[in-house]
Design a protein around this ligand. Structure first.
Ligand code: DGL
Length: 269
């Protein structure tokens, strides 16, 4: 039994990497649905079906807890999966809430009513599906009042990263930041609302300028997962971790090794 980490492709590795550093004794089973990536240009029903299939696969392989290390899947599928009912002893959690708790200076799991917070102008960079779901704004409204969010759908960035074309990814990031700045010239904070984007974090920070506080999910999700596992120690255990993909294992392994700068070997899911 291991903790399952799911993403459409390579982006969730940014969460996995942080989680492995924070929780070195926990095994993780990573699932990349590379054959169907990117999710961000699919409709909500499609994303829901693909995400549910992958999560059920991870549950069937013995993971009791699955983290959706994918904002697009969290936006389109998490609430519906939880409302449809999760099997006894199984859990699925997303990546929005830890990020919003950090942005709104809350303790992990603090569900008190929304209140005014320090930050007032927030830029959100995410996939087209995440932006159109407005899930980030909805979760934020449960916790904070008076925050102005300007969202920028970053078409093409995930495809470029999955293809290993980082020059294209960088050019696209710069043009999406320019587009955002035309709508909100002086954001105080920027949310990288797609787990692929931390792989381009430096480019986002350079394009936004040094005064903008850029929030990535890796460390925040890892910290919140550590807190969750402390409160629910039976949701982890010994057992088999590893890397699974619905795509071509050799290709996905090469890309993953390049991104994490350590050998990563995927097997066929
Ligand atoms: N890494 C995903 C996210 O956090 C992915 C994107 C995609 O497949 O478009 O939204």
């Amino acid at each position: 039994m291991a903790v399952g980490i799911f993403d459409s492709g390579l982006g969730g590795l940014t969460v996995l990497n942080a989680a492995q550093k924070r929780l070195p004794d926990v095994d993780f089973l990573y699932f990349a649905d590379s054959a169907h990536a990117p999710y961000g240009v699919r409709d909500a029903e499609d994303i829901f079906q693909l995400t549910r299939n992958a999560v059920q696969d991870l549950w069937a392989r013995g993971c009791d807890l699955v983290i959706l290390a994918c904002n697009t899947a969290s936006a389109a599928a998490l609430r519906r999966m939880q409302e449809d009912g999760v099997p006894e002893g199984k859990r699925v959690l997303g990546v929005f809430v830890p990020l919003i708790e950090a942005l709104t200076e809350r303790q992990w799991g603090d569900n008190s009513p929304p209140r005014e917070v320090e930050v007032q102008h927030v830029a959100l960079f995410a996939t087209p599906a995440t932006v159109s779901s407005r899930a980030f704004q909805r979760e934020l409204a449960f916790r904070a009042i008076g925050v102005d969010v300007e969202a920028q759908a970053c078409g093409g960035v995930v495809d470029a990263i999955e293809d290993g074309d980082l020059i294209l990814a960088e050019a696209l990031v710069r043009s999406h930041v320019d587009a955002l700045k035309r709508k909100m010239p002086d954001p105080q904070a920027a949310i990288l609302g797609c787990t692929h984007y931390p792989l381009m974090a430096e480019t986002f920070q350079q394009a936004l300028g040094p005064d903008v506080n850029v929030y990535s999910q890796g460390d925040l999700v890892a910290e919140s997962l550590a807190d969750y596992l402390q409160r629910h120690p039976n949701m982890t255990g010994g057992g088999e971790g590893g890397f699974l993909t619905t795509g071509k294992p050799a290709f996905v392994s090469d890309r993953a090794t390049q991104f994490l700068r350590r050998q990563i070997t995927f097997a066929a899911a």
